[in-house]
Ligand binder design. Sequence first.
Ligand code: OSB
Ligand code: MG
Length: 376
Amino acid sequence: MKIEKIDLYHITQSLVSPFTTSFGTELDRHCLILALYADGLVGWGECVASVDPGYSYETTQTAWHILTQFLIPSVLGKELDEPEQVQEWMSQVRGHPMAKAAIDQAAWDITAQRDGLSFAQKLALPYPEGPREQVSVGVSNGIQPSVADTLKVIEGRLKEGYRRIKLKIKPGHDLELARAATAAFPDVAIMLDANSAYTLETAVPIFQAMDDLNLLMIEQPLAHDDILDHSLLHPQIKNPLCLDESIHSAHDTRLAITLNACDIINIKPARVGGFTNARKIHDLCREAGIAVWCGGMLETGVGRAAQLGLASLPGFTLPGDISATERYYKRDITQNFTLNTENSTIDVPTGLGLGIEIDFTQLEEVTLRKETFRNR
Ligand code: OSB
Ligand code: MG
């Protein structure tokens, strides 16, 4: 398939409620949406880099720059056979995984459509069991003003049907919160995400004090670029330790496994440059007995459909940060994804490719900037 044209949209949508983490608050969610045209088909990708470089160094603006100046020119006019090729074409650019993930996702989508497969089926081709039809999901909750407010939020989430609750924490909003939440909801799978807010010295006493709380896991307590200190923290605490920010590649994964730095890895397709790398990390973890789950970045329906495909692979044994559309947006740019409340799952799309319907009226409504690139 010859890649003839790419449309890039910078969009902004209001979140249903503000999302506060240890690195800041988001209310208006910006992202880039990419449409890749070849052989009469369109593949869709999402770049989830945020406005601020708080989660990673990438921002909406750096991603726009890297995509328009380097990545889009590196793929336009190329003959696309299989999606793995785009990683090779984009390899002249160091880093910038979120920008790369948008093209990578579109390449998986369009080749799945060509092959008459869903995104999940195409990703699952190497596994005899094939993709799951439903994916277990949880919900990630921002830091609230008080412990009492957090308990109220959890109660609301349980009413909505979620069976796994993630709470964002930061120094000063941690131990008391974890104790109160596990005491109030002893049968609920509760996990904490620190987004790199601690050092080894500050983490040891706080997380040791949580040893008897039976948490599902503690996610990324230490620095975004650290694996070594996580390996030193790991044997000192009882709750399972999960890495998010620290893992960008198969190489980082091998390092974490070799150093015994974690029990679990959160695989965010965006953070690892897309689905080719996400699947490699899944394979390495499966072989090493490291559980994985699919992380999120407050995706639109475009990204959510792809997350569901990834999380349908056999190694994804823990609930993902993939919530229903209504948890994020009033009106999305695709059809809504809804929670199956009887088992806290979302159905994996079964249509060709991502199986999404783009609402072009709404897409236009939320677009701040659009540019078209053609092969010439
Ligand atoms: O650390 O997992 C994270 C959102 C933005 C940046 C970082 C993170 C998150 C989430 C949201 O936790 C997960 C979701 O998309 O629901
Ligand atoms: Mg995280």
